[in-house]
Write a protein that binds this ligand. Sequence first.
Ligand code: 13P
Length: 291
Amino acid sequence: MPYNEIGDRMIVNGNEILIKAKMGKYAIPHFNINNLEWTRFILEECQEAKSPVILGVSEGAIKYMGGYKVVADLVKDLVKSLNITIPVVLHLDHGSSVEVAHNAIEAGFTSVMIDASKYDLATNIAMTKEVVKMAHEKNVSVEAEVGHIGGNEDGTSSSVAYAEVEDCTKFVSETNIDSFAPALGSVHGIYKGEPKLDFERMQKIANLTNLPLVLHGGSGIPDDMIKKAIQCGICKLNINTDLQIVWSNAVREFLKVDDAYDPRKIIKSGEASMKKTIRDKIDLLGSGNKI
Ligand code: 13P
């Protein structure tokens, strides 16, 4: 059970749980948070299932919620007041610059992703090294990406990318990152057709880098593919869209039969379906009872 030096429960860095997941051949769920309620639903269900959890926060969500410190305080306060005892990681998702990573670290995030994958490899390496230096001084773990993972969210980019194996080994040996997200054929958002994951490449990169691998765009991938990915080295699955879909569908159904206007009632109407999906993901990833 994670406690800090004064006996308070605390959030931990990614290494605490990802190294165990890698050894045990299961994966940790990364759920993106968007507001207080989502954070509470996720924490409560993961506590119930005794699953470690990574709360991913994008730059957009940080802005939406009122800033880095608001997010960090919210998560820490909820962990305390809900009596959460599972390991919880507060993670910056797709940090786009060294400055953004710095802000998250200063606010108390325990894990950051620096995503400089849109730049050339040398620039990606240089930016990542800078973040690693800064983060490791504060015991914050670092995830980084090679080969840009596209997205279908806005309908503009549906290009599927695959990281070059040589780029991955060079990147990992030069940066000293803690977990690694190479492009392996997944995309963010809703898939158009079957995802085309390259398992051979996944296994090769896992063997050569010996790091916990991260699969972005974890929504909408068939269960058997997720299971195979875990066998090939995936230790962290990023999930956002699946929760958004089940929550919004439930809210839409609720408002068809109820003319509620209290925002608490409306937001809460998606709680049960969200929690069910969270539990299904935990069962699929094998992260339950792993504390
Ligand atoms: P999805 O929205 O496709 O689940 O992707 C989430 C993600 O990868 C966040 O980094």
